[in-house]
Ligand binder design. Structure first.
Ligand code: SAJ
Length: 438
C-alpha cells in the first residue's frame, strides 16, 4: 500500500515525534490535536514538549511544507491514533478485597469517532495508544463500523504500540523493532508498508490482541523487576547489606538481570500499564498487583529512611534534588520524587525542591527553589531523588562550601559515598543504610 497523506491524531510525546518523522520522510502529514493551544504553538514553529532533537525535527517538518497542525482530521490514506490512556480519576474496580485502577478510554474513543466522517474505503487505521487487551477488536472496530465500513473488509485496522524511551524517542522510533497487529493479515501488511517508510528495526506482523499484550507485557515485566529490586533494597537494610553491591554481583550471573531500586516508579507508562492487566483479569494477576503495591509504597520506605537518618523530620530543612520521574527528562508526571517530598512534609520537614529541567514548574504543595544554590544553602540535609547527569557531576568539595547541610541521602545510587564522606558529609544510600561496605 502507498501512503501520500496521513493523519496523526494526538500530538503528545508519541504523536508529535511520529508525525514529524513521517513528514521528514516525504509524507504529507496532518497532525491533529483537540487542544487549540498546541495547534497554535506548532503552527508558529514552537514545540510544547521537551525531547532531545524534537524542536529541530518539527521546525524542519513545518518548513518542508509536509507538516500541518489542525484541530480536525482530514481525508487521508492512513490515520494513526496516539492519544493518552490515563486512569479514571474517581472510579476504581474491586475484586476479592483488592482495589484496582481503571483505564480511561475516552480519548481513544473520541479520536476514533473523529475519523468517522473522513474514513474511506481502502484506508488504514492504526491505534498506537497503550490499551487494555482486546481494545482494537472490542472498542475500535464497533466505533469505526458506524461509518458503514467494516474493518478488515473495507479498510485496514491494526494495533502498533510505540515502545520508545522518553529522552531517546526520535532515535528509537527509527531503530527499534516494531510490532504490527492487524485485524486481518492484509491489515498487518498495510501497517508494515506504513511504518517501513522510516523504521529501520525489524517489523514483526501479528494479530491485534497479541500486539496489545506484547506492549503491556514489556512494561509489566519492567515494573515487576523494579519491584523486586525495591524489595531487595528493604531486605538489604534489614540485613546490613549494600543492595547496589549485591545486585551488581548477582547480575554477573549470565541469566540474572535485576534492575535498580530507587524512590519508586513514575512516568505515564510503567506505573500505569500493569493496571490494564489487573483491570482486565484481576483473578489472574496477583503478582502484577502486588508489584504495583511495592513500587507505589517505595516513597514511604524512602521517607522513613530519611526520618531515621535525621532522627526527626520535625522542623528539618531538606533540599530535594530532582522532581522528574527519571533522569534527564523534564516530565514530572507520576513522579515518585514528588510523592517523597509530600511525605517528608507530612512528617514535619520543610522541603525546598529544585528541578533543573523545569525550574518554573508549579506543583501543588511543593515549594520550588529559584536556583540550585538557594535550594541547598540553608538545608540540614540534601536528598538526591533523580539521577540527572548534572547532579551526578556535582563536586563534593564545592558543594561543601555552598551548603550548611552535612547529611546526604542518595535514593538512586548517583553519588560516590567515599568522595562525599571525605568532604565531611554523612552519607546514606537507599538499600545501603546499615552496611559498612562501599
Ligand atoms: N526505574 C527504576 N529502576 C530501574 C529502571 C527504572 O526505579 O532500574 C524507574 C524510573 O526511575 C522511572 C520508571 O522506573 O521512574 C520508569 O522509567 P523507565 O526508564 O523504565 O521507563 P519509561 O516509563 O520512561 O519508558 C517505558 C519503556 N518501556 C520499557 O523499557 C519496557 C519504553 O520503552 C516504553 O515505550 C514506555 O515505557 C512507554 O511509553 O510505554
Amino acid at each position: 500500500m502507498k501512503f501520500q497523506k496521513i493523519c496523526v491524531i494526538g500530538l503528545g510525546y508519541i504523536g508529535l515525534p511520529t508525525a514529524s518523522t513521517f513528514a521528514s520522510h516525504g509524507v504529507n502529514v496532518i497532525g491533529v490535536d483537540i487542544n487549540p493551544h498546541i495547534i497554535d504553538t506548532l503552527n508558529k514553529g514552537e514545540v510544547h514538549i521537551h525531547e532531545p532533537g524534537l524542536r529541530d525535527a518539527v521546525t524542519k517538518a513545518i518548513a518542508s511544507g509536509n507538516f500541518k497542525a489542525a484541530t480536525q482530521p482530514e481525508e487521508a490514506d492512513a490515520f494513526i491514533i496516539a492519544v493518552p490512556t490515563p486512569f479514571q480519576e474517581n472510579k476504581f474496580g474491586e475484586y476479592n478485597g483488592i482495589t484496582y485502577k481503571l483505564a480511561d478510554m475516552r480519548a481513544v474513543t473520541s479520536a476514533a469517532e473523529s475519523i468517522l466522517p473522513v474514513l474511506r474505503k481502502g484506508n488504514l487505521v492504526v491505534l498506537e495508544s497503550t490499551s487494555p487487551p482486546r481494545t482494537t477488536v472490542d472498542l475500535i472496530t464497533p466505533i469505526l463500523a458506524r461509518s458503514g465500513l467494516e474493518a478488515g473488509r473495507d479498510f485496514h485496522l491494526a494495533y502498533s504500540p510505540e515502545r520508545v524511551l522518553p529522552g531517546q524517542i526520535l532515535h528509537e522510533l527509527i531503530e527499534n523493532a516494531r510490532v504490527i497487529g492487524g485485524v486481518t493479515a492484509e491489515s498487518s501488511e498495510a501497517g508494515k508498508d506504513l511504518y517501513s517508510i522510516f523504521v529501520k528495526g525489524q517489523i514483526i506482523k501479528t494479530d491485534a490482541t497479541t500486539a496489545e499484550m506484547v506492549k503491556l507485557m514489556e512494561n509489566t515485566y519492567r515494573d515487576v523487576n523494579i519491584a523486586i529490586a525495591n524489595e531487595f533494597s528493604r531486605l538489604a537494610d534489614k540485613f546490613g547489606v549494600n543492595v547496589w553491591e549485591a545486585i551488581s554481583i548477582a547480575n554477573l550471573h549470565p541469566r540474572v538481570k535485576i534492575l535498580s531500586p530507587g524512590p519508586g516508579v513514575g512516568g505515564h507508562c510503567i506505573s500505569v500499564d500493569p493496571w490494564f492487566f489487573v483491570e482486565a483479569a484481576p483473578e489472574l494477576t496477583p503478582l502484577i498487583y502486588h508489584s504495583r503495591q511495592v513500587n507505589d509504597s517505595q516513597p514511604h520506605f524512602v521517607a522513613e529512611t530519611v526520618k531515621r537518618a535525621l532522627g526527626t523530620l520535625s522542623g528539618k530543612r531538606i533540599a530535594a534534588l530532582g522532581l522528574a520521574y527519571k533522569p534527564d527528562v523534564d516530565d514530572l508526571r507520576e513522579s515518585p520524587a514528588n510523592e517523597v517530598v509530600h511525605l517528608l512534609q507530612e512528617k514535619g520537614a520543610q522541603v525546598l525542591a529544585w528541578e533543573p529541567f523545569k525550574p518554573e514548574a508549579k506543583l501543588p504543595g511543593i515549594n520550588m527553589a529559584d536556583s540550585f544554590e538557594s535550594a541547598i544553602r540553608d538545608a540540614d540535609a540534601l536528598i538526591l531523588l533523580v539521577k540527572h547527569t548534572e547532579f551526578i557531576k556535582l563536586d563534593p568539595k564545592e558543594i561543601a562550601q555552598k551548603t550548611k547541610a552535612r547529611i546526604l541521602i542518595d535514593t538512586v545510587n548517583g553519588w560516590d559515598k567515599e568522595s562525599w564522606k571525605t568532604h565531611g558529609f554523612e552519607f546514606l544510600r537507599i538499600g545501603d543504610a546499615n552496611s559498612n561496605h562501599r
